[in-house]
Design a protein around this ligand. Structure first.
Ligand SMILES: [Zn+2]
Length: 133
């Protein structure tokens, strides 16, 4: 009958709406855990249902901390590189400095890194590089 069919349509619409909200919430939760737009993924799940949910599951995680770490790592690396560049000409006059930035430990005469503060062979504290300046 007409009336029961109207009820059926209303129920179907209701189910679609409810499952849209459920998928929308699920997508929003997933999006939130991945540092992504909650509202955008809610609508994605609402309109696309399971497909939207799969998209939310498959989307790569945006990790703010990770990108921050990567940035600071490259910053440190850059700093070190600049240090090396800066330090290298400092004691060219003192003794013959090898092309690579190494020096001789004054205690055990092993070749160690120029930037070393402690000798890796004998473990002694090395004189400050800029003390001789
Ligand atoms: Zn040494």
């Amino acid at each position: 009958m007409y009336e029961s069919s109207t009820n059926y349509t209303a129920i179907v619409i209701g189910i679609i709406f409810v499952q849209g909200v459920i998928f929308g919430c699920a997508c929003a939760i997933l999006a939130n855990s991945k540092n992504r737009s909650i509202g955008g993924y809610f609508f994605l799940g609402f309109f696309l249902g399971i497909i939207g949910l799969l998209i939310a599951v498959g989307v790569p995680k945006l990790n703010e901390q990770e990108s921050k770490d990567r940035k600071s790592t490259s910053y440190l690396w850059k700093n070190q590189y600049e240090d090396d560049k800066h330090e290298e000409p400092a004691d060219v006059d003192a003794k013959v400095v090898p092309a690579v930035s190494t020096k001789e430990c004054p205690f055990c005469a092993e070749t160690i890194k120029y930037a070393a503060v402690v000798c890796r062979y004998c473990g002694r504290d090395l004189p400050e590089r800029n003390a001789s300046q």
